[in-house]
Design a protein around this ligand. Structure first.
Ligand SMILES: CC(C)(COP(=O)(O)OP(=O)(O)OC[C@H]1O[C@@H](n2cnc3c(N)ncnc32)[C@H](O)[C@@H]1OP(=O)(O)O)[C@@H](O)C(=O)NCCC(=O)NCCS
Length: 273
């Protein structure tokens, strides 16, 4: 049973924000975390970013891109922390956050994870030691979301704001498959949300594959989209039959998660302490 959008984005305390998603087609659960600008009042960029991450943030001199970068790191590290705690409970590592502390205490734990980028831009989780975890993240206009999972799984996450101008860009700039066109005609979703759902699913796949959008966009097309609830959808991809996606449509944004079906992720976890 997929959670509702409201429960995905429920305003819980920051340290307890991550939630475990068990999706029917995914072999191992993932940890999902959403954050927003106001969370930076609880844990500031200097508390949560490592030195190397702060240097990356400094490359964005000011404004929204810099904040978005920080929010992506915050969401990612909250999800990693929750995954790490779960592994601890299973006895695969020592516990990292037995309490729900906020502020500097939480910042200290978050700084144990360093999230840098690989040569294609993909997030790379670096910790004092190899913790065996991976991440996918997305950030836009003062919001960040991330999923953390055991390294080896191929999972990508994307969030799009439902913005008519962006939807128009997708409409004009992205050649859609005939299956996508026919779904657009019959879905009850407003057109902008539907177009952005298609685009978010494609971007999520591009992240799961590790290529990002530096590939032929037709190769990311959806073959089938099904409604699995009022605001839930699931789908398959034309050229990547072993991948599956689930999408949520919220009041002002769309979220898509793409993943290789039935993959068994590696489960090795090393102590960070
Ligand atoms: C990766 C990409 C799909 C991100 O999409 P976006 O809507 O701009 O941004 P999002 O916030 O959703 O995602 C950004 C995150 O995706 C992740 N990411 C970037 N490249 C990635 C890749 N190849 N594989 C997996 N994840 C990737 C990063 O973590 C990045 O955040 P960070 O830089 O703060 O670490 C897109 O920027 C891309 O492919 N860029 C490559 C260059 C390119 O081909 N550009 C043409 C676009 S018109």
């Amino acid at each position: 049973m997929l959670p509702q959008w409201q429960s995905l984005f429920a305003p819980r305390p920051l340290a307890a924000r991550a939630m475990r998603l068990s999706l029917p087609e995914l072999a191992a659960p993932v940890w999902f975390a959403p954050v927003g600008s106001s969370d930076l009042a609880t844990v500031s960029p200097t508390q949560l970013l490592t030195q190397a991450e702060s240097l990356r943030a400094d490359a964005f001199r000011f404004g929204q891109p810099r904040e978005n970068f920080t929010l992506g790191r915050l969401a990612g590290k909250l999800a990693l922390l929750a995954l790490f705690d779960e592994a601890s409970a299973l006895g695969r590592s020592r516990p990292l956050s037995p309490d729900e502390s906020e502020g500097e205490d939480l910042g200290q734990k978050l700084r144990l994870f360093e999230v840098m980028n690989g040569e294609n831009g993909e997030p790379v989780v670096m910790a004092p030691v190899d913790c065996g975890f991976s991440l996918s993240l997305s950030h836009v206009n003062g919001r960040g979301v991330a999923v953390a999972f055991a390294a080896g799984a191929r999972i990508g996450l994307d969030m799009e704001l439902i913005d008519p101008k962006r939807a128009e860009t997708v409409r004009k700039g992205v050649p859609l498959s005939k299956e996508e066109e026919s779904w657009l005609k019959q879905t009850a979703l407003p057109e902008a949300a539907a177009l952005l759902l298609l685009w978010a699913a494609r971007e999520a796949l591009s992240k799961a594959l590790g290529s990002g959008l530096a590939c032929k966009w037709e190769s990311l097309a959806l073959r089938e989209i099904r409604s699995t609830g009022k605001t839930h959808f699931s789908g398959n991809f034309s050229h990547h039959p072993s991948f599956h996606c689930v999408s949520w449509v919220g009041p002002d944004a769309v979220l898509s998660l793409a993943f290789g079906r039935g993959e068994r992720a590696a489960t090795s976890v090393t102590s960070l302490l």
